[in-house]
Design a protein. Sequence first.
Length: 392
Amino acid sequence: MPLGSPESFLDFEGVVVFAGSFEAWGEDPLNGPEITCLQPADLDLREREFFTALKAGKVVVFLVPHIRDRIVFSPVDPSYDLFRRVAARLGIGWKPLDAPIPYLNASIPEFNDYLDKYGASYLQFPAFMLPDLDLTVVCEHKNDIYGLALADRVFFLPCAFPKTHQQAVDSAVSALTSVLAYRKRLANEVPPWVVDFRFQRESCLVEEAGRLHARLEQVKSATVAYQQFKGALCLRSGPLVQAVLKLLREFLGIELEVEDKRIEDATLKDTDGKILAVTEIKGVNRNFGREDINQVDSHRERLGLPAQTPGILIMNTLMTATSLAGKDLPPHPDIIKKAVADHVLMIRTLDLLLYADGVESGSLKKEDFLSTVLRESGWLRIAERQAEIVKE
């Protein structure tokens, strides 16, 4: 409808108003930019109709395109437009943006379609400038607010200013479609105060739900810990070392001492500090190789230990594999024989996880792991929840 139309807001179930409709901007030759109210009497009438419509349960939607708050250095008179008057009366603060936000996230799902088509925002509603009213965020971007709903009656929605009458109609229809869908959902929801009445059986169920929720949070926390352990199947270098150390400590009761300058080198010591075994922990995109076993031997020599000192080679092999089946490949028989000859026990991180799982489920004993790594050489293989030493 044009300004000054004889139709009343009260004749309809809802009204859509474009912010800035009652004002015009111009340029005074002497004073520069100026703003005028196009129809003050009609604006006064519409303001009275607005608040009467709210009392009658009607809907008013403000579509807010680019609108300025200052003329050069002076604030714009808040009485020149219906949007300005309503925002001022309700205590809703806003500020124009230097550049529009072209994409917004709908906090209310019913507004997704409208925002996808028309939701460019030219102003923001800072949280600290909002009153203590029944306000709901309609849309936001990076935690900043660009659209609001006051109860289910007044809506402030971002909108690019229409260039044609048809664009204005289309954006208004889309906005109202979203508003009506939202109000319909609210109408079907039980109001908050209804929950104050409870059946005795309901109270018992609510308490049970609370206990189940607490238990669920405990379970979720435990599953997160398992995810960290399973990092041993895909990590390398420092993160792999930390995952392996935690596995050995929490499942098998073994503490390794990692060297400061060589994060992949570690030692297993007794309570007196005597070295019982040297350990290498590494992740590679292949299977075990001769050079890996030679590194264990070099580790022993660097520490001045005899060749018979047990060596433990823990490796996350075949890191580029895309499945467990792709990682579950045995070392080459020649490499296994070399490990036996050089007093080295090879352990895939996959087998280490399987051993830990066996200890937790009771099919394996953590005490046996320590005696095995200090006594055996070759390849520690876990199959069907049983540990075996492969020597060829």
